[in-house]
Design a protein around this ligand. Structure first.
Ligand code: AMP
Length: 284
């Protein structure tokens, strides 16, 4: 595995690895790598692609008072994980490589970014679109891998890729969970033992919603209320949102008819955690 730190080196290294019939698979991350990230690297590997991973804690997607400065940066550990998982090229840029002096251009997403996490993290998805567009321009991959864990991000980035005419295929991989159901997240590391236990209620809440729909419930309000009770019983009080959303538009339907996504965000201790579960409503 080769590691590079500048945009120019990265572009050159990718160009050198291009070969007929060999696609470039790209996994953008912020580091603090865990099994979820590894699943994306392995997916690119399994597809026979040249695997490029970036590690960049992107300042523009953090709001004031968010965890930018204390976000974990265990670079040596991350490097070893990349190497073990089959990464070919690791790109770890400094901030000025992505945001050169004088930089002022931003990629602003549309209404998809106003839903779910949008109101709670103003400017977040603009930061995400801006960094991913720049990384796409530097790496020029054929395929880019994202996790269903950040479902809204994946929908917005798919839209951006189409709208900005990037010739890049977007693949979204399933959520990797801990044995007790908690979705793997770099931010789980902030949790105390008690908070970690409380956090298991997120997945329980999603499963309760899923079971309710499987049992015939079609009213989003009822599903959300029941999901909220599960969090409440676990002592989770700071809930940003719980929603039953159309997986493409992220809008809450009046009635659950086909595929929906149950999604939620809550604050537990110092962490803001998100999770979701795609659900198919059986025909009645
Ligand atoms: P991050 O480092 O948090 O920016 O995440 C980098 C990529 O890994 C994003 O596409 C995430 O959606 C994905 N990811 C994060 N956690 C998981 C998980 N538990 N399962 C699958 N993918 C994940």
């Amino acid at each position: 595995m080769r590691m590079v730190q500048t945009a120019a080196e990265c572009r050159r290294a990718v160009a050198e690895s291009r070969a007929p019939g060999r696609r470039i698979g790209f996994v953008p991350t912020m580091g603090g790598l865990h099994a979820g990230h590894v699943s994306l690297i392995e997916a690119a590997r399994a597809a026979g692609e040249v695997v490029v991973v970036s590690i960049f804690v992107n300042p523009t997607q953090f709001g004031p008072g968010e965890d930018f400065t204390r976000y974990p940066r265990p670079i040596e550990q991350d490097r070893a994980i990349c190497e073990r998982s089959g990464c070919d090229l690791l790109f770890v840029p400094e901030v000025t490589q992505i945001y050169p002096p004088g930089d002022e251009t931003r990629v602003r997403p549309g209404p998809l970014a106003d839903r779910m996490c949008g109101p709670f993290r103003p400017g977040h998805f603009e930061g995400v679109c801006t960094v991913v567009a720049r990384l796409f321009s530097i790496v020029q991959p054929d395929v880019a891998y994202f996790g269903q864990k950040d479902a809204q991000q994946a929908v917005i980035l798919r839209r951006m890729t189409t709208d900005l005419c990037f010739p890049i295929e977007i693949r979204v991989c399933p959520i990797v969970r801990e044995p007790d159901g908690l979705a793997c997240s770099t931010r789980n590391a902030y949790l105390s033992a008690a908070e970690r236990e409380q956090a298991t209620s997120l997945y329980r809440s999603l499963c309760t919603g899923r079971d309710l729909i499987a049992g015939g419930e079609r009213r989003p309000g009822r599903v959300v209320a029941t999901m909220r009770r599960v969090l409440d019983d676990a002592g989770v009080r700071r809930i940003d949102y719980i929603t039953v959303a159309d997986p493409a538009t992220l809008v809450e339907p009046d009635e659950i008819r086909a595929s929906v996504m149950l999604a939620l965000a809550a604050r537990i201790g110092p962490s803001r955690l998100i999770d979701n579960l795609p659900v198919d409503a059986p025909a009645r």
